[in-house]
Design a protein around this ligand. Structure first.
Ligand SMILES: [Zn+2]
Length: 293
């Protein structure tokens, strides 16, 4: 190759690299939404799980492995909720993949003390993994993602830093609006299908008194259902919140017997109409709770 041609190809490949988007695959839509806001035009982001899917259980498909094979970064929730990501990542045989655990800087709630065994249901040893449902944790996730993108794509470090700052300031604006709006639900007592809401409850002053599931990941039983009906009556609980991936049958039975209202609550982006990104997700959850009381 002539020197001129060599230099041309060098410059050409540098330019092509600078323009190539960072291919990011995430476990869930919430991580994808935050990654899009931090990555902006420099990333291409897709989520494995859909917003209406149960994040604990995702079928491992070869097409997911193919997607991860082409990715530069994988963002997982961690805390054992997306254990299904491991066989997808292994199956992708992508030796250069940067796997980022987005729970790394989160202060977990409900870390079990003592020994965990099967009789406790699907209890997570590192604590409750539904941490993205506190907006303050959203800021921590955003910082983790900004660090990861800067690590694999230092040429756009300034853009990622600017997008992170913008995310945090938008989050503060939204938080002020959510706090005002959530006055309508502050202090309300609810029952939810699964234990998905402790971070949300802490952030917005909602009291989750019990679950339709007798234990995490265990189907409702007649005796536990009877117990929940009694609890709703004696504690004047108004709302039964149901994640979109659970059957409405038992919640509707409980509602009929107790007088509480069933409300579908999306825990993830794209889990309901209007919840198209990480910010609007909180609007939809708060609005649905406020409308039901
Ligand atoms: Zn869970």
């Amino acid at each position: 190759m002539k020197p001129f041609t060599a230099i041309f190809w060098l410059l050409f490949s540098l330019a092509a690299n600078a323009n190539a988007k960072v291919n990011v695959v995430t476990s869930t839509t919430d991580l994808a939404s935050i990654a899009r806001m931090i990555g902006g035009d420099n990333v291409d982001v897709t989520s494995i799980a859909r917003g209406t899917a149960d994040p604990h259980f995702v079928e491992v498909l070869p097409s997911y492995m193919v997607r991860v094979q082409k990715a530069k970064v994988y963002l997982k929730l961690g805390m054992d909720i997306d254990r299904w990501a491991a066989p997808i990542i292994d199956g992708s045989r992508n030796g250069k993949l940067v796997v980022v655990d987005c729970s790394q800087n989160i202060a977990p709630l409900e870390v079990p003390t003592g020994k965990i065994d099967a009789s406790m249901g699907d209890v997570h040893p590192h604590g409750n993994p539904h941490y993205w449902l506190d907006p303050d944790n959203g800021a921590i996730i955003a910082s983790t993602i900004a660090d990861a993108l800067t690590g694999v794509d230092p040429a756009h470090a300034a853009a990622y830093a600017a997008n992170l700052a913008s995310f945090k300031s938008q989050l503060e604006t939204h938080k002020a609006a959510w706090q005002q709006k959530s006055e309508a639900i502050r202090g309300i007592k609810i029952v939810t299908y699964h234990n998905s809401w402790p971070y949300f409850a802490r952030a917005f002053g909602v009291e989750v008194e019990d679950f339709v599931e007798p234990l995490p990941g265990i189907e409702p039983t007649p005796s536990h259902t009877a117990h929940v009906i009694e609890l709703i009556k004696t504690h004047q609980i108004q709302i039964i919140g149901v994640e979109p991936y659970f059957s409405m049958r038992t919640p509707e039975t409980i509602a009929r017997e107790s007088g509480a209202k069933v409300v579908q609550l999306p825990p993830s982006v794209d889990g309901a109409p209007g919840a198209q990104d990480y910010f609007s997700l909180f609007d939809v959850i708060i609005d649905r709770l406020a409308a039901a009381r």
